[in-house]
Design a protein around this ligand. Structure first.
Ligand code: IVH
Length: 666
C-alpha cells in the first residue's frame, strides 16, 4: 500500500513540475488551470497524511516560514552591472559603430531582447539545486530573497537534465504580468490597502516580504537573460546561452532574436515598440548585446555598465492632465524643487500624481500656472515632467507661481537664489525640511540601512524634537519612543534593534550616508580604497590630494573639503562613533603589492572573470589600463588574445598567462 502511495506522490510531483516547465518555459500548457489545481490538491492531501513521503522537489514545498532577522546581504560573485542607454535610433547606430571600431571589424553579431521593466535577480544553483537568490542591491551586494523566489513556480528548484556545472549563477528579471498587477490592485482597493503605483513596484514589494506566504499569493514571473559567475560551462554565445537556459528549465523571453545588421537592429526596436501595448508585461526598451563572449571580454566593462550591450529606450509616453497645486520640496543639500500636484493620470501602467517643474526658470519659460491643463511625460525611471502647457485650454482662473512669494510653512527656511544658478536654495543648514531630507537619506537602504526608519518616522521624530542631526539617532532610547503616537513596545524594540544593527557599517555606506553633495556610492567606494576605510584619513586630505585620486574631480574634491571644514560636521561624525557606530575595515588583500604597476588585461579567461582579475589587481594597488604602451608593466592574457599581445611582445612587456595568474596574484 505504502509503495503505491509513494508511487502516486512521485507521479503527481513530476506531473506538476513537468506542467510548470511546459507552461513557463515552453509556453505550451499541458493542463488546464482546473486540472492543475486538482493535481495540486490531490498531492497536498496525500502529503498531509504521509509527510514522510514528501519529495524535496514537491511543488508544495515552495512556501517556507517567515524570516525573522530581516534580509541578509551577500556579495555578488561578479558585480551586477547596469546598462547604458541609447535614447534614440542615432545612438543605436553609434553603438554599433563603436563596437565595430573597438573590435576592428566591419560587422558584429548581436542578440536583441526586450528590456523588461521589473527587478534584476541573481539565481545561484549548486549541483543543480537552487541555493540562493539575491536582489541586485547596489550592484556589488544584494539581499537574500531565496525564501520568496522559491514561491515562484516558473523558477525550478532543481535544474532539468544533467548538463550543468556544479556552480551556476544566472541573472534574470522578476516581473508581474499586467493582468496580475491589475487584479492585485483591485483586491487591495477592496481591502482599503495602498495601491501599487505600477507593476514593477508591485513585483519589488512582493519579493521584499519577510513572509513567503504573502509572496506566494502574488503572481510573479521571470525571464532569465544572462550568465553570472559559473565555473566550467562550455557556452560561447548569448544565443546558445538562451537555448541552454531553456534546456535546463529556466524561462527565457520568446522575443529574443539574433541580429546581424544595423538595419535589423533598428527594425527589431521599432517592432517591439509597436507591439509594446500587446505584450502582457511592461517593457521599456530593447537590449542589444554582442553575441560572442570572446568579443564581449575584449570589449570589457566601464565602472557601471558593460561596453558590449546597450539599452535602447522607447520614446517616452505622455498624457493630458491638470495642475491642482504647486508645492516646494527641499532636498538634503537645500536645493528647492517646485513640484506640480496634478490630477491623477495613468501613463504606461503607472499612476502619476505629481511632476517636477525643475526650477523657477522652467516655470517662467513655459508660463506654467496652477489650474493649467498640461501634458505630462514619463520616461522610464525618470521623475515625470511637464512638457507643455495647453494655452488654448487655459481656464479663466489660473494662478502664477513664484518661489520667492511662496509662503513657506517652515519659518526656519531661508530661501535665496544663488548667483548664476537657476535653483533657489535654503541656506539655513538647520532648516527642518532640509534636515528631514538629510536624515531620510542617512537612514535609507543604501546608506545606513536603518530598517523601519522611513520618511514618516523621521518626520515624527523631528516633530517630537527627538532628532536634529544624524548622531541623535544613536542616542534614541526606549523611553523617548514609547510615548509617541502609534509606537508600541514591539515597534520600539524593532526600531532600536535596527538602529543598533546599523552601527556596524562600512566606509562607503557611512560616507554616502553623510550626504556630502556630489559624493555618491561610486565615489564613496573609490575613497574607501584610497583612505583604507578611515573617515579620519579622508578628513585630513587636501584639495590637491583629493584631486589626485583617480575618479575624483575638482567638484567632488571641493565638496569634501567644504564638508570637513565645518566643525559641526566633524562633531556629528565624532558623536556617531562615540555612540557606537563602527566602520568595519574593507579587506583589501596585500593592498600595496602592485603599487605603481600598470596592467592591461586581454583575451577570454576560462576559470576567471575579467572583472574579478581587475578588482584584485586594483585592490592590491595596481592600475588597469585599456591599451598597451611602453608604460605597461604586465599584460594579463587569456585565450584568443589579439593585437594587444602582439603589441606587448613588440614592446617587450612581460606577459602573464591565465595558468600563471593564481601564483602571480598570491
Ligand atoms: S542584461 C550587464 N538583459 O535592466 C548587463 N538586463 O538597466 C546586465 N533588464 O539591471 C543586464 N531586461 O535588471 C539585461 N534583457 C535584459 C534585461 C535587463 C531588463 C534590466 C536589468 C538591468 C537593468 C539595466
Amino acid at each position: 500500500m505504502e509503495s503505491k502511495i509513494k508511487e502516486k506522490i512521485k507521479n503527481l510531483t513530476s506531473q506538476i513540475n513537468e506542467h510548470n516547465y511546459a507552461y513557463y518555459v515552453l509556453d505550451q500548457p499541458s493542463l488546464s488551470d482546473a486540472e492543475y489545481d486538482n493535481l495540486f490538491r490531490e498531492l497536498e492531501s496525500l502529503e498531509k497524511v504521509n509527510p514522510e513521503l514528501i519529495l524535496p522537489t514537491s511543488p508544495t514545498q515552495r512556501v517556507g516560514h517567515p524570516i525573522k532577522s530581516g534580509f541578509q546581504n551577500y556579495d555578488h560573485e561578479i558585480p551586477m552591472l547596469s546598462l547604458s542607454n541609447a535614447i534614440n535610433e542615432q545612438e543605436i547606430v553609434e553603438f554599433n559603430q563603436r563596437i565595430n571600431r573597438w573590435l576592428d571589424q566591419s560587422k558584429t553579431s548581436y542578440v536583441a531582447e526586450p528590456k523588461i521593466d521589473g527587478l534584476g535577480v541573481s539565481l545561484i544553483y549548486e549541483n543543480g539545486h537552487l541555493i540562493r537568490a539575491l536582489t541586485r542591491g547596489d550592484g556589488s551586494s544584494g539581499e537574500d530573497i531565496t525564501h520568496n523566489i522559491k514561491t515562484i513556480n516558473a523558477i525550478p528548484m532543481i535544474l532539468r537534465g544533467k548538463n550543468y556545472p556544479n556552480f551556476l549563477e544566472i541573472r534574470g528579471e522578476i516581473f508581474m504580468l499586467k493582468s496580475d498587477f491589475i487584479s492585485l490592485n483591485k483586491v487591495r482597493s477592496q481591502n482599503d490597502e495602498k495601491l501599487f503605483a505600477n507593476a514593477r513596484n508591485a513585483a519589488a514589494g512582493s519579493v521584499r516580504q519577510l513572509d513567503p506566504q504573502i509572496t506566494a499569493k502574488r503572481s510573479l514571473s521571470i525571464f532569465c537573460y544572462e550568465l553570472g559567475a559559473s565555473k566550467g560551462l562550455d557556452v560561447n554565445t548569448q544565443w546558445d546561452m538562451l537555448s541552454y537556459l531553456k534546456s535546463i528549465g529556466l524561462p527565457v523571453s520568446p522575443l529574443a532574436k539574433k541580429i546581424d545588421s544595423i538595419d535589423s537592429m533598428i527594425s527589431y526596436h521599432q517592432d517591439l515598440e509597436h507591439k509594446r501595448e500587446s505584450i502582457p508585461y511592461e517593457i521599456d526598451g530593447s537590449v542589444i548585446k554582442v553575441d560572442n563572449y570572446v568579443l564581449r571580454s575584449k570589449l570589457g566593462e566601464r565602472a557601471r555598465s558593460p561596453r558590449w550591450a546597450i539599452a535602447a529606450k522607447f520614446k517616452s509616453k505622455n498624457a493630458e492632465t491638470q495642475i491642482i497645486d504647486i508645492v516646494l520640496q527641499v532636498g538634503r543639500t537645500g536645493v528647492i524643487t517646485p513640484v506640480a500636484k496634478i490630477k491623477e493620470v495613468e501613463i504606461s501602467g503607472a499612476i502619476i500624481s505629481s511632476a517636477t517643474l525643475h526650477n523657477q526658470d522652467e516655470i517662467d519659460k513655459k508660463d506654467i500656472r496652477i489650474n493649467d491643463f498640461v501634458i505630462v511625460e514619463r520616461s522610464g525611471d525618470v521623475i515625470p515632467k511637464i512638457t507643455k502647457v495647453l494655452i488654448e485650454k487655459r481656464p479663466k482662473k489660473t494662478q502664477k507661481f513664484a518661489i520667492s512669494d511662496f509662503n513657506w510653512p517652515d519659518p526656519d527656511c531661508k530661501i535665496e537664489r544663488i548667483d548664476g544658478e537657476a535653483a533657489y536654495r535654503c541656506v539655513n543648514p538647520n532648516c527642518k525640511s532640509r534636515v528631514m531630507g538629510m536624515l531620510e537619506h542617512f537612514c535609507s537602504k543604501n546608506a545606513m540601512n536603518i530598517e523601519g526608519m522611513g520618511p514618516q518616522i523621521v518626520k515624527q521624530l523631528l516633530e517630537a524634537n527627538l532628532l536634529e542631526s544624524f548622531d541623535d539617532i544613536y542616542r534614541l532610547k526606549f523611553d523617548d519612543l514609547i510615548n509617541l503616537e502609534r509606537f508600541k513596545d514591539k515597534s520600539v524594540m524593532n526600531l532600536i534593534t535596527s538602529i543598533n544593527e546599523s552601527k556596524k557599517t562600512t566606509f562607503p555606506r557611512f560616507l554616502f550616508a553623510l550626504g556630502i553633495p556630489n559624493v555618491g556610492q561610486h565615489i564613496s567606494k573609490i575613497l574607501d580604497i584610497h583612505c583604507k576605510s578611515s573617515i579620519e584619513h579622508l578628513s585630513t586630505l587636501s584639495l590637491e590630494d583629493l584631486e589626485n585620486i583617480d575618479g575624483v574631480g575638482l567638484i567632488v574634491a571641493q565638496s569634501i573639503i567644504d564638508f570637513f571644514n565645518a566643525s559641526s560636521n566633524r562633531e556629528v561624525i565624532d558623536n556617531c562613533f562615540a555612540n557606537g557606530v563602527n566602520i568595519n575595515k574593507t579587506i583589501f588583500d596585500n593592498s600595496e603589492k602592485f603599487k605603481d604597476i600598470i596592467f592591461v588585461i586581454t583575451g577570454s579567461f576560462k576559470n576567471h572573470n575579467r572583472n574579478e582579475i581587475k578588482e584584485i589587481l586594483e585592490k592590491n594597488g595596481g592600475k588597469v589600463s585599456s591599451s598597451v604602451s611602453s608604460k605597461t608593466s604586465f599584460l594579463i592574457v587569456g585565450n584568443n588574445a589579439g593585437s594587444k599581445l602582439k603589441k606587448a611582445q613588440a614592446l617587450n612587456v612581460k606577459v602573464v598567462k591565465e595558468a600563471q595568474l593564481e601564483k602571480f596574484i598570491n
